[in-house]
Design a protein around this ligand. Structure first.
Ligand code: ZN
Length: 193
């Protein structure tokens, strides 16, 4: 490559970069790709084959809460961490790939994690829900079902994963667990397994 076309070196603290780029560059300084590569192939690694479904709330970021590192888990996040049609469609693709391309390989596990003080609980507010539906969000009835008010939603979502036709028959081979994360204590507890 001609010298004039060489890519610029990473400027770790360029004040003109948007915040996410500056943060990423700071992370690059401590990133050790070879160590991550070895970790992924350790047979005892707890997150080697995990499909995680959790909330978009920044307080439940999986790397911070569970110690999930780069390359260790597929993470699906949405409002509440609910099993929506979109979540099922992505998961169905992974299940399909597994069935077609790696039928003899170990299956991954699925973990649904809901949390206390979830902002989705505000979907139970009649006025907020009506306004959200009016702007094209979930319809009011669906919104009400989406609200995470207790660990009951974890049970509902695990049951949905186990019974949805899009995931059959592969889901029968997959360990599906439902968990609750308590923001006050920082502890994850098992709701259904
Ligand atoms: Zn939440």
């Amino acid at each position: 490559m001609p010298a004039g076309h060489r890519l610029p070196a990473l400027a770790a603290h360029d004040a003109h970069d948007p915040p996410i780029v500056r943060r990423q560059h700071a992370g690059v300084e401590s990133f050790q790709p070879h160590r991550h590569h070895r970790a992924r192939h350790r047979t005892h690694h707890p997150f080697g084959q995990l499909y995680l479904i959790t909330c978009i709330d920044p307080r439940v970021e999986p790397a911070a809460v569970l110690g999930v590192r780069l390359g260790e888990a597929i993470v699906a996040r949405n409002l509440g961490g609910r099993v929506t049609p979109a979540v099922i469609k992505d998961l169905a693709w992974i299940v399909h790939l597994h069935e077609e391309k790696a039928p003899d390989a170990d299956w991954f596990e699925i973990a649904v994690i809901h949390h206390t003080d979830c902002g989705s609980a505000l979907l139970a507010d009649d006025d907020l829900r009506a306004g959200y539906a009016a702007r094209g969000g979930w319809d009011e009835q669906t919104s009400l079902k989406m609200a995470v008010l207790s660990s009951k939603t974890v049970q509902e979502d695990v049951a949905k994963l186990r019974s949805t036709p899009e995931l059959a028959p592969g889901i029968g081979n997959i360990a599906v667990g439902g968990y609750a994360y308590d923001l006050a204590t920082g502890k994850v507890t098992t709701v259904v397994q």
